[in-house]
Design a protein around this ligand. Structure first.
Ligand SMILES: Cc1cc2nc3c(=O)[nH]c(=O)nc-3n(C[C@H](O)[C@H](O)[C@H](O)COP(=O)(O)OP(=O)(O)OC[C@H]3O[C@@H](n4cnc5c(N)ncnc54)[C@H](O)[C@@H]3O)c2cc1C
Length: 410
């Protein structure tokens, strides 16, 4: 126990804590009431950390890039690329249609995560000294197990930790596992053994047992870890950049990213651009530290104050809907709701507060092309939508995209 306390003291000191409260020792009962954790767990440590909804993080970075002039091609694969006297010629394929086209570029950044080696060797025909270690992490989602907004980290007998986090208001997210993967990592899925492991890990601590029958959704991801030869738990979570300058420095660059974390993604991106700066002398100095993503410029009085302003400005819309929109779109909610007064102005209701108006916004502003894009990759409304509602949504999106003047960014 004292080791955990010492670790957290170091976390407070070394982590550069400025915004988050300091860690402290706490009585479990005082923290979450008597009936949440098994009675043998009396004392624990509380510390503060940050979280992010990763699919929103990805799409908001794409929106930000597009606003600054980037062209975004969703659902598009790099199938091949070769150096030309002027740079790179890159063959792309739209996965849904099989349509191909070629673009040119002054440099290439291979940020294909778990597929970085595949892109390098199979698509670009290059060799690499660096290798990836692919480690699957699975999660289960169950109806909310306890009240309040705290997350738990539970030490397991195998020395791993498993977390339980309040998720999408009505659910608890439990994760994760560490399973080495060989071969093509897609599409990753939680195996029955991982599901059993997570249920048992949570049931060791919660009063209410967690069983596979409680699960409403599972998902898995692949951690792209730089292979430094250690085991899955201790292999480095940091990144390595490999720069291929071609035959001489005058040739167009190819920068491959091995590993990386969400936490440090902006530092990684700035370091990548620093490595490419000889080829892009016009590039400006690093600027992303402290810059907000689109919609993230919430006023200083905080998120609840921002939601209260939305409720005051749109008194005829349900407050829970406004809160959800505020969480997903931040200050862009005002653009989304421009011209809307009543709920009926939001158009067809698909379920769970998702209306045609928001779907059109997602098609136009966030490149949504399928029902799964809307329900899982731009939101987590998939947790609340029935198969019939999803079918209606899919029909609506197909019809909208088939219109000659389809309202989407190209
Ligand atoms: C279970 C789990 C828990 C994690 N926990 C944390 C955490 O707590 N904190 C943290 O900071 N990080 C965490 N991570 C790590 C983090 O999620 C990853 O490091 C991050 O997603 C890597 O981002 P990426 O953009 O490099 O790769 P990805 O997000 O995998 O993106 C790679 C993209 O490349 C695309 N692609 C592949 N091949 C091609 C091709 N031929 N042409 C075009 N595109 C292609 C793929 O479709 C994909 O969209 C976790 C990861 C997992 C799986």
């Amino acid at each position: 126990m004292w080791l955990v306390g010492l670790g957290l003291l170091l976390y407070d000191r070394l982590g550069g804590r400025r915004l988050l409260p300091a860690s402290r020792r706490v009585a479990i009962d005082a923290l979450c009431g008597p009936d949440v954790l098994q009675p043998e767990f009396q004392m624990g440590f509380e510390y503060a950390d940050c979280w992010v909804e990763d699919s929103r993080l990805v799409v908001l970075n794409a929106v930000d890039a597009a606003t600054r002039g980037a062209e975004i091609h969703v659902g598009t694969e790099v199938v091949a690329a070769r150096r030309t006297p002027d740079g790179w010629s890159v063959d792309l394929m739209e996965v849904a249609t099989g349509r191909t086209h070629t673009i040119s570029a002054r440099g290439l950044v291979n940020a294909a995560g778990p597929w970085v080696e595949d892109v390098l060797t199979r698509r670009l025909g290059r060799n690499t000294r660096s290798h990836m270690r692919l480690v699957k992490g699975s999660h289960i989602v169950v109806p909310r197990l306890y009240p309040g907004d705290r997350a738990f980290i539970f030490q397991q007998a195998d020395r791993r930790i498993v977390f339980a986090i309040p998720y999408e208001t009505d659910f608890t997210l439990i994760g994760t596992t560490d399973v080495d993967v060989t071969g093509d990592p897609s599409p990753p899925a939680a195996s029955p053994a991982e599901i059993a492991y997570l249920c048992e890990a949570a049931s060791t601590y919660f009063v209410k047992p967690v069983t596979p029958a409680d699960i409403v959704w599972t998902y898995a991801g692949i951690r792209p870890l730089y292979d430094d030869g250690d085991d899955a738990q201790s292999v480095t979570r940091d990144f390595v950049l490999e720069l291929d300058k071609g035959a001489d420095t005058g040739n167009a660059p190819l920068l491959s990213i091995f590993g990386g974390k969400i936490t440090t993604y902006r530092r990684l991106a700035e370091e990548a651009l620093e490595r490419l700066s000889p080829w892009f002398p016009e590039a400006t100095k690093p600027w992303t530290r402290g810059a907000t993503l689109p919609g993230g410029d919430i006023p200083v009085e905080g998120f609840d104050g921002f939601v209260a302003d939305l409720v005051a400005a749109w008194p005829h819309l349900p407050a829970p809907l406004l809160r959800r929109l505020a969480r997903a779109y931040g200050t862009r909610t005002r653009d989304l709701l421009a011209g809307v007064v009543e709920t009926s102005d939001l158009g067809l209701h698909f379920g769970a507060g998702l209306h045609a108006h928001e779907v059109e916004w997602l098609i136009h502003e966030e490149w949504a092309r399928t029902a799964d894009d809307v329900l899982w990759r731009r939101s987590k409304l998939g947790l609340r939508i029935s198969p019939a509602q999803k079918e209606a949504l899919a029909r609506f999106i197909s019809a909208r995209l088939a219109e000659p003047a389809a309202p989407h960014r190209s």
